[in-house]
Design a protein around this ligand. Sequence first.
Ligand SMILES: Nc1ncnc2c1ncn2[C@@H]1O[C@H](COP(=O)(O)OP(=O)(O)OP(=O)(O)O)[C@@H](O)[C@H]1O
Ligand SMILES: [Mg+2]
Length: 503
Amino acid sequence: MFEDPSKLLLQSIVDYAIYMLDPDGCVTSWNVGAERIKGFKTHEIVGRHFSQFYTDEDRAAGLPQKVLDIARREGKYQGEGWRVRKDGSRFWASVVVDAIKDDDGQLIGFAKITRDMTEQREAELRLEEVREQLFRSQKMEALGQLTGGLAHDFNNLLTAILGASGLAARNLDKPEKLTRMLDGIRNSAQRGASLTRQLLAFARAQPLDIKSIDLKTFLDDVTMLLRPSLRSNIEVVTELGDKLWNVDADAGALELSLLNLAFNARDAMKDGGTLRISATNETLNGKPDGLRGDHVALRVADTGTGMSRETMDRVFEPFFTTKSFGEGTGLGLSQVFGFAKQLGGAVTVESRVGEGASFTIYLPASRHVAATGVEHANGVHGRGRILVVEDDALVAELAAGMLGELGFEPEISHSAKQALELLGSGERPKLIFSDIVMPGGISGIELAEKVRKRFPELPILLTTGYSEDVAGAHGFPVLQKPYELDSLASALAKVLKQELTVD
Ligand SMILES: Nc1ncnc2c1ncn2[C@@H]1O[C@H](COP(=O)(O)OP(=O)(O)OP(=O)(O)O)[C@@H](O)[C@H]1O
Ligand SMILES: [Mg+2]
């Protein structure tokens, strides 16, 4: 008698357990594969319920019945899960159950195919583990590069600071030299501060402190902060559109983004060029990045080396840098990118080799009423903005340096007229610090009187090198020149009625 060929076929398949169940789920027949995989002899299993192959938990959860129900209803069940061998060991199985019906559509049983996936699963798990290890080691390597680069950067900055302060100490009687040294020190320290912030921003996405920002005053401040860090062969141009909308953003993070873009531009313009910062209102319609509605496009463009398509594709990647070790960490643009995303905006880049580069940050326009300068003045730099009115540029810089030291944000006007214009345009510093004698035009005392009339709340501190002026100051507080950090601090403290410590 010949064996049924299809039965022969089934019997010769050893990698799959193939067996038939009756409509209740009892095993009616099975192949060698089933014997091999599950460990039961045919006579041990035929007639038993297939739930035997399930784990206790799955049986308790009614899984075997669910599998049959699905197969009955939908014609087929497919899934993966743990199954149990005769010896109690478990294996990971891929299972297909087909409902078998007769010509009248009556269910006559189920065909079940089970495949032992344990090896594949283990291989997958191993692969995943290897991947994770690789990822971890790449992260460590990146971190190593980062800390190495940072240590190098900080060392350079510290060298500059130490060198300049040593020289400054020897040139106390030469104000011009001294100012230069101090400027150098301040620049280095600012660069250090921006590095630290970068690092912090990278270490964890800091929650943004979102406020409505008036870009006009904001950009004035940022360009002032920026100027000393750029070489003199770089011209800075700002172009602001009419009636610019306020934007909703975190002032500190926005400032850092602009510094990052500006530093990149500086690095790309070794032989000098123009750094153009512009802002325009734009109502977007899906581009870029699916953005819609009112935005302000803040653009930082340079006339530097530009970059290739390949570089451009990668610029926003963390740690991507074309600069040499210690010169760049490759984090600047990833900060800009992360910031724009976090705000619900976007950043784009356009560039060609030899034709400069242009980065645009799209910031959501403010939903609030336009902010006044006051809110901003106290938002960015701890103690608020102080308007320094001083005709002598060097002295103005020095005063600004000291105010910065005390945690204020200095803003310089070179004449009383300029200061009045600033105030007229809505600028509200926390205090006005003005020289009394300014040749030509309005004196500090006249300025003080005008300010007291128009803005009675605005505190004023005058300063002069001439003792006779003090007598004529009509009740305005006067700080005698030359002053030092301590005396400036205590004069300010008295006027602002707040404590200022100098360390
Ligand atoms: N204005 C630009 N002109 C030309 N290339 C640029 C410009 N801005 C960025 N790039 C390229 O993009 C790369 C990444 O910039 P990113 O600011 O992220 O890092 P970095 O400047 O190299 O280092 P870091 O900002 O951390 O000091 C730069 O190394 C440079 O190759
Ligand atoms: Mg950079």
